[in-house]
Write a protein that binds this ligand. Structure first.
Ligand code: SF4
Length: 66
């Protein structure tokens, strides 16, 4: 699996981590977190706004902070 992560300000040379994350993250984790964030953006853009969705967004985003 190819590595490309641009999820934080510590990214290698400001261009994205492409071999191994500066933080130690591997390609599998990076790709899963990209997928999760994409789905959270879809949820944020959906028409149904409620407390449950808000909690899910917060929990989902904090799972990407490692
Ligand atoms: S692999 Fe880690 S250090 Fe590199 S951009 Fe992603 S989160 Fe930041």
């Amino acid at each position: 699996m190819n590595m490309f992560c641009f999820q934080c300000e510590q990214t290698a040379q400001g261009k994205g981590c492409t071999i191994q994350g500066v933080c130690g993250k591997n390609a599998d984790t990076s790709n899963l977190q990209d997928e999760l964030t994409s789905k959270l953006i879809e949820l944020a853009n959906c028409d149904e706004k409620n407390e449950s969705n808000t909690e899910l967004l917060i929990d989902g985003l904090f799972t990407t902070v490692i």
